[in-house]
Design a protein around this ligand. Structure first.
Ligand SMILES: Cc1cc2nc3c(=O)[nH]c(=O)nc-3n(C[C@H](O)[C@H](O)[C@H](O)COP(=O)(O)OP(=O)(O)OC[C@H]3O[C@@H](n4cnc5c(N)ncnc54)[C@H](O)[C@@H]3O)c2cc1C
Length: 443
């Protein structure tokens, strides 16, 4: 079954309504093309604030918006819920998981990436990564449940298994998660739990390289580490995790018992890159041409996190929201240029800087030659994220929640959802506590 029979105007199919796909669709809105945007979710997720859902500051609806709503004013853009699973590049068709097909004159593939577990996909169930709304709600459930179970154990037995949160990966996401967990343990939770002292919870950030935030200048990395340590986070650099099991991780030859393990490292591009048959790098990213198309198929563009490109200035384009948005706009412009018979634009990444927040009044930021840390970087981070959030309603709600959290030090989204069977996790925790001490076990 073909869902969008070709007739009249050029048909553009966009796979993925993340930063890349959405900005391509917005650029094509109102133009003389018929656009079909396909996503397996009905919403666009503002990924930079996922960690705030995972740590109970914000609710999912505050950082995600229905794609159909975002694009409701674009009469030439249809949004379809579906998962792309295959392509016929000769016939110019996309196959969806229910075997429906979409015809196109131009195709933009922007299906993003997930975390890579370096050949250990089995670690994912014990050490989930943060990429989708579902991931953030699951991580929130694990963090909040760990506090609840410790409280129950302390209430019933007078003592409890030590609370240890391990975050693997010292990039921006790992830094933000570790800082936010330390912050809730020492502030929001501390007042509400009666049998346990949540301020004693251990938060460990593990990084395999010699420093965290390796993409930042060394001075900023060190400032970020200092700010994390002020919050009580133990930053372990040169610490490669070599095994993950329920309730414990192995770092070099030492096992560390954990209540919650979170994964924040590695990139695995969407498998759609390989399915396209294009050349890919080790992370599965498609090696694209400077006009963002793939070799031998000028009508197919691959953009965002699933693409790898050195831009016209020879700079490797980073896997960031800003780069995906810019590529979305350029892919759309190149389609319109083709229609006008004009030359295509070659992609040039405009570096608008990057920043990572660590906690209240704590952040690092870098813009061109400028480096900032502390309160100023934190204020800038908050301003930029409010500004970039999709939708006026979301901006208002996030500002309200942040103001509430700032003045009351309270977290309003502390709901444990999902599997209500706390017992399952409890029995696992007891098992961990009862296990023989395995520290310093030889590999
Ligand atoms: C926790 C976190 C924090 C981040 N913080 C920042 C930050 O502070 N600043 C910054 O610039 N960047 C940040 N990033 C990176 C940024 O979010 C990504 O670079 C950006 O989202 C990439 O955009 P994209 O369009 O390529 O992919 P995505 O935004 O990931 O979108 C991909 C879309 O494709 C859909 N999809 C996937 N497969 C299929 C399929 N087969 N069929 C149909 N639909 C499909 C998905 O549902 C999704 O909607 C962060 C990322 C994460 C995970």
């Amino acid at each position: 079954m073909v869902l969008n029979k070709k007739q009249g105007r050029p048909k553009v199919v966009i796979i993925g309504g993340g930063f890349g796909g959405l900005y391509a669709a917005k650029r094509l809105a109102g133009k003389p093309v018929d656009v079909t945007l396909v996503d397996r979710k009905n919403h666009h997720t503002f990924q930079p604030l996922l960690y705030q859902v995972a740590t109970a500051v914000l609710s999912p609806g505050e950082i995600a918006s229905p794609l159909r709503r975002i694009l409701h004013r674009a009469p030439n853009v249809e949004v379809i819920l579906g998962e792309a699973v295959g392509f016929d590049l000769q016939a110019r068709r996309v196959r969806l998981n229910d075997d429906a097909e979409l015809e196109y004159d131009y195709l933009i593939v922007a299906a993003g990436a997930r975390h890579a577990y370096f050949g250990h996909d089995e670690w994912e169930k014990d050490a989930p990564g943060l990429k989708t709304i579902e991931d953030s709600v699951e991580i929130r459930r694990r963090i909040l449940l760990a506090f609840e179970l410790a409280e129950r154990e302390a209430y019933l037995k007078g003592t409890h298994t030590a609370l240890t949160f391990a975050v693997i990966g010292g990039g921006p996401t790992g830094v933000e998660l570790a800082g936010a967990i330390a912050d809730i343990a020492r502030r929001a939770m501390a007042r509400d739990f009666k049998a346990i002292d949540t301020t004693k919870a251990r938060v460990i950030l593990l990084e395999g390289l010699p420093r965290i935030l390796g993409m930042y200048p060394e001075e900023l990395s060190l400032k970020a580490q200092k700010q994390l340590e002020e919050l009580g986070v133990e930053v372990l650099t040169n610490s490669m995790v070599t095994a993950v099991e329920p309730g414990r991780i192995k770092v070099a030859d030492e096992w560390i018992e954990t209540s919650v393990i979170l994964w924040a490292t590695g990139v695995a591009a969407s498998p759609l890159g390989k399915i396209l048959g294009a050349e890919v790098d080790k992370a599965g990213r498609v090696l694209i041409e400077p006009d963002l198309s793939i070799q031998a198929h000028a009508e197919v563009f691959v953009i965002g996190d699933m693409a790898s490109l050195k831009d016209v200035d020879g700079k490797q384009v980073p896997g960031l929201g800003a780069a995906a948005m810019q590529q979305g706009r350029v892919a759309a412009m190149n389609i319109l240029s083709d229609m006008r018979g004009e030359k295509r634009v070659l992609f040039r990444y405009k570096d608008k800087g990057s920043m990572a927040t660590i906690g209240r009044h704590k952040a690092v930021a870098m813009f061109g030659g400028w480096q900032l840390s502390g309160t100023l970087a934190w204020l800038l981070w908050a301003f930029v994220h409010i500004f970039l959030l999709i939708g006026f309603r979301n901006r208002l709600m996030v500002m309200r929640e942040w103001a509430w959290a700032y003045f009351t030090r309270e977290r309003s989204a502390r709901l444990i959802t999902g599997d209500p069977d706390a017992q399952a996790m409890k029995s696992h925790q007891v098992e961990v506590a009862a296990a023989p001490v395995r520290k310093k076990e030889k590999v």
